[in-house]
Design a protein around this ligand. Sequence first.
Ligand code: S3P
Length: 170
Amino acid sequence: SAAPGSGPVVVLVGPPGSGKSTIAQLLAGKLGRAHRDTDTDVETQAGKAISDIFVDSGEPAFRALERAAIVAALQDDGVVLSLGGGAILDPDTRADLAGHNVVFLNVTVGEAAKRVGLGVARPLLLGNVRTQLRNLLEARRPYYEEVAKLTVDTDNRTPAEIADQILEQL
Ligand code: S3P
């Protein structure tokens, strides 16, 4: 676990379509902090898009890069950090998140499906997006809840409302 005052000021977790990147950017702006995102860090490190890492090297290779990005990002003082949706699958990551201000952005399957439909290609959401998201959420919900200090429902709320709740309750 982290020493007091060290590492990110807040860490956002949740499934694809929960709004992690949007809320993290908004929070970073409100707090005057930098936004750091482990998906972006992995892409920079690998020199290619996550979808290409999955195709070229497979999910285990992606998870290893993701784990290294998380270890580095958790040392970055003062940032607002967003993690990829599957980051919490790793027990070492779940252990490392203890002592951090972790926020779980909760979302229903229907709302998450709407949001990812508008976004970039996601390698784990090929085929029936709703079915994939339902399976993801069912398998991961216990882990999101395990690491979270605060759970925020995001359906039917604006990013500004969500960010304000996080700032009030954290
Ligand atoms: C993944 C989610 C993605 C990305 C990768 C795997 C997952 O991030 O890390 O495609 O396992 O849920 P987002 O949650 O930002 O889509």
